[in-house]
Design a protein around this ligand. Structure first.
Ligand SMILES: [Zn+2]
Length: 102
């Protein structure tokens, strides 16, 4: 088992986990419920963490997750249904789960 991704924002970590699972990589999430609400300062050791179960998936997992991180620098998109801004790495609205019309 190898740590592939960690971030203070649970939603972003969850998104990374989903991306890896969608690519057929077995992962587990740790510290999922350890972090506080938005705005709380949380020590790094309690950040949610994504681990790959099979070490031969590790290199591919890192590539997928780094592509995701690059996407995080792209502009936000606004949800068609609830008008909430979403980070570019989110494939569906964090608030209402609507998928953007592209
Ligand atoms: Zn929405």
């Amino acid at each position: 088992m190898k740590l592939v991704y960690t971030h203070e924002n649970t939603a972003i970590v969850q998104n990374a986990k989903n991306l890896l699972e969608n690519n057929g990589i077995k992962v587990i999430l740790k510290n999922e419920f350890a972090s506080g609400g938005a705005g709380d300062l949380v020590p790094a050791e309690t950040w949610p963490e994504v681990y790959v179960l099979n070490k031969h998936d590790y290199t591919r997992a890192v590539e997928l997750v780094s592509a995701l991180s690059n996407k995080a620098n792209e502009p936000d998109w606004f949800c068609e249904s609830c008008k909430e801004p979403n980070g570019a790495m989110f494939e569906s609205c964090w608030n209402c789960q609507a998928v953007p019309v592209s």
